[in-house]
Design a protein around this ligand. Structure first.
Ligand code: GLN
Length: 548
C-alpha cells in the first residue's frame, strides 16, 4: 500500500516496476507461515526490499533505466514493456531466493548509473522523463496523519508502530493524500528536491518506508549520495567484496553493489549475508571476506552493545586534504561534531597532514574519475548495437549523412542515437576521445597514474597511520530539480561527487551515515562519510553505529 501511495499519490517515481500486490501478499503470507511454525529461513525472511533496475531480478525487466534496453514497439513511444530478464544477479539470489526477502519492485536510476540527481532517466510514465523525488519533505506530514489515524490507546512507540502497520490500506492512502495537501498548502512550496543519484529510486523507496532495504550500485558515489540526501545509511563495500554478477556494467573497475538501509544494523546484516559467497562466485573480482570470517561486520556491531567505549584503540583520521575551500560552515561544524562524538566513544582523533594525503591529488580526483569512468563506459556500452543487445531502431529515416555510411553502420548509428540519453551519449563521446591514440597519454594515462598515486596514499595512510578517515559525504543539501526532469549542466552535477570519488578510485569501503541528532530544525540531515582500509568494513560500520 505504501509503495502504491508513494508512486501514485506523491509521484515519487521511486520504482520502475512494482510487484503485483497479490504476489507480494502471497510471499508475506508464506513468510508469516514459516514464522508461525518456527521455520524462519533467516533474519531477512519477510523483509520488503527493492533493487536498482541495473541489477538482474529474474521476474522483472532489466533496463538500467535506458531506452536501449527497453522493449518498445516504437522506440519513440517510450512506454517500457521489456520482458522479464529471466535470471537473478548473485546478490538478488541470496536475498530473495535464499534468505526469504520479499521483492517490492525494481527502482529508478540515472541511465546506466550515470548521474547524481536521478534526473537522467529515460524510463518513465508515457515516455516522459520522471526524476525521482526526495520523500523527506513530505514524511513529517505523513507521520502526523498516521499518528492521528491510529487508535489513541497505542501509547508506547512500539505500540504505535504496530498500530500503524495494521492500518487498512484505504486509510493509508487517505493519509498520503492529506499529507500531500498539507504540504502543498504549507510555506515550503513545490515538491521537487532531488533524492540524489544514481540509485535515486532505491534511496527514495527506503526513505519512504515501502522497502526496508534496497540494493543499489556505487561507481563513484551513487549509493552514498542518495543515502545522504534521503537521511539513510549507504554502504559501498570494498571493490570486489560483493559479486557483480548480474549487474549492468558502467565502469567495471569501479562498479560495486551497495546497500541502502535505515540503520547501521540493517546494513550490517545485509552485508554479512551478501559477503558470504556460498555457492555463488560468478564474478572474477570477487574476494574472500577478509583474512578470517570472524571479522564480520555483525560481530563488530554486536560488540557495541557490550562496551562503553566501543571505539577504544580506533584511530580516526581527519584528512586536511579534504578541507576543500567550498565546504560550507554548517558542514564543517557537523564534521567537528562527528569527530567529537567518535572521540567521546573512545576513538583517538588524528589530523592527517597533506604530506600523507596530498590536496593536489584530491583536487584532481574528480577529473580523473570522470576520464576513467567515461573511458570504461565507452567500451562497456559498445555492446548495445541493436543486434546483440537492446532495441533495434527503425532505419528508414534518411539523412544526408547516410550516403557516407553502409546500411550496417546506419543501423548502429540510429539505434544508438535513439536508444541512449544525452548524458550517456556525452560519456561515450568523452570516453572514445580520451582513449583515442593522440589523447591517450595526456588524458587516460594521466588519470590512471593519478588514480594509482591516490590509491597508494590512501592505502598506506589507512594501513600505517589511522584506522579510518572521517569526511563529509556531500557539500550541499539536495538540489532542487525541475519536475519535468530537465537536467542541469553536467559539470555542476559532477561537483556533488567531489567527496565520494576518492574512495572509489582506491576501491576502499565507505559508508555514509546521517547525523540525525544535529538537524532538529533542518529540512534535510547532513551526512558524514567513513572510509576504511580494504576489507575493513567492520571498523567503519562500528564507527557509523556510534554516529547514528
Ligand atoms: N555521479 C557519478 C557518475 O555519474 C557516480 C555514479 C555512480 O556511482 N554510479 O558517474
Amino acid at each position: 500500500t505504501l509503495a502504491v501511495a508513494g508512486e501514485e499519490i506523491w509521484g515519487l517515481h521511486a520504482y520502475n516496476t512494482l510487484v503485483d500486490l497479490d504476489q507480494m501478499l502471497d510471499q508475506a503470507g508464506e513468510s508469516d507461515r514459516r514464522r508461525h511454525y518456527g521455520e524462519t529461513i533467516s533474519i531477512l525472511d519477510g523483509i520488503p526490499m527493492s533493487f536498482k533496475s541495473n541489477i538482474a531480478v529474474r521476474t522483472e525487466p532489466l533496463t538500467a533505466g535506458s531506452r536501449i534496453l527497453g522493449h518498445h514497439h516504437d522506440i519513440n513511444k517510450a512506454s517500457m514493456i521489456a520482458p522479464p530478464v529471466g535470471y537473478d544477479a548473485d546478490t538478488v539470489k541470496i536475498l530473495l531466493r535464499d534468505k526469504g526477502g520479499i521483492l517490492m519492485g525494481t527502482t529508478s536510476l540515472d541511465e546506466f548509473g550515470m548521474g547524481s540527481l536521478g534526473t537522467n532517466t529515460a524510463v518513465g510514465v508515457d515516455g516522459k522523463t520522471t526524476p525521482t523525488k526526495n520523500p523527506l519533505p513530505l514524511l513529517s506530514f505523513l507521520d502526523e496523519m498516521l499518528t492521528n489515524a491510529i487508535p489513541k490507546d497505542a501509547s508506547s512507540a512500539e505500540e504505535q508502530l504496530v498500530a500503524t502497520l495494521q492500518l487498512p490500506s484505504d486509510v493509508i492512502l487517505q493519509c498520503h493524500q492529506n499529507a500531500l495537501q498539507l504540504y502543498e498548502q504549507s510555506h515550503m512550496g513545490g515538491f521537487a528536491f532531488s533524492a540524489g543519484g544514481s540509485s535515486s529510486g532505491s534511496a527514495a523507496s527506503v526513505a519512504h518506508g515501502s522497502s526496508l532495504l534496497s540494493l543499489g550500485t556505487d561507481t563513484g558515489g551513487s549509493v552514498r549520495l542518495p543515502a545522504a540526501w534521503c537521511g539513510l545509511v549507504g554502504l559501498k563495500p570494498s571493490y570486489g567484496l560483493l559479486s557483480r554478477h548480474g549487474i549492468v556494467s558502467y565502469a567495471s573497475s569501479f562498479d560495486t553493489v551497495g546497500i541502502l538501509a535505515r540503520s547501521v544494523d540493517c546494513a550490517c546484516i545485509a552485508l554479512d549475508v551478501l559477503a558470504q559467497r556460498g555457492e555463488y562466485s560468478r564474478d572474477s573480482t570477487f574476494s574472500s571476506y577478509g583474512p578470517n570470517n570472524t571479522s564480520s561486520s555483525q560481530v563488530a556491531v554486536a560488540e557495541l552493545s557490550t562496551s562503553n567505549n566501543p571505539l577504544n584503540g580506533v584511530k580516526v583520521g581527519i584528512p586536511e586534504a579534504f578541507s576543500i575551500r567550498e565546504c560550507p560552515s554548517d558542514i564543517c561544524e557537523n564534521w567537528s561534531k562527528a569527530a567529537q562524538i567518535l572521540e567521546d566513544h573512545g576513538a583517538e582523533i588524528v589530523q592527517v597532514s597533506s604530506e600523507s594525503i596530498s590536496p593536489d591529488l584530491i583536487q584532481k580526483a574528480l577529473a580523473a574519475y570522470y576520464v576513467l569512468v567515461s573511458a570504461e563506459a565507452s567500451s562497456n556500452l559498445s555492446r548495445y548495437d541493436g543486434f546483440r543487445y537492446g532495441v533495434k531502431a527503425n532505419t528508414t529515416a534518411t539523412t544526408d549523412l547516410n550516403k557516407y555510411y553502409t546500411p550496417l553502420e546506419q543501423q548502429y548509428a540510429s539505434t544508438r542515437s535513439e536508444g541512449f540519453g544525452k548524458e550517456v551519449a556525452r560519456r561515450i563521446l568523452c570516453g572514445t576521445y580520451v582513449l583515442s591514440s593522440d589523447q591517450f597519454h595526456t588524458h587516460y594515462e594521466a588519470a590512471a597514474t593519478l588514480r594509482a598515486c591516490l590509491a597508494e596514499e590512501l592505502h598506506s595512510t589507512l594501513k600505517e597511520r589511522v584506522d579510518l578517515l572521517l569526511i563529509p559525504t556531500v557539500l550541499s543539501p539536495p538540489t532542487r530539480i525541475d519536475s519535468s526532469g530537465t537536467s542541469m549542466d553536467s559539470t555542476v552535477m559532477f561537483a556533488n561527487d567531489i567527496m565520494t570519488t576518492p574512495p572509489s578510485l582506491a576501491g576502499l569501503p565507505s559508508v555514509s551515515v546521517p547525523m540525525l541528532s544535529t538537524v532538529e530544525d533542518a529540512q534535510f540531515p547532513s551526512s558524514m562519510q567513513l572510509i576504511g582500509g580494504r576489507l575493513k568494513e567492520d571498523v567503519i560500520l562500528k564507527a557509523a553505529h556510534v554516529l547514528l
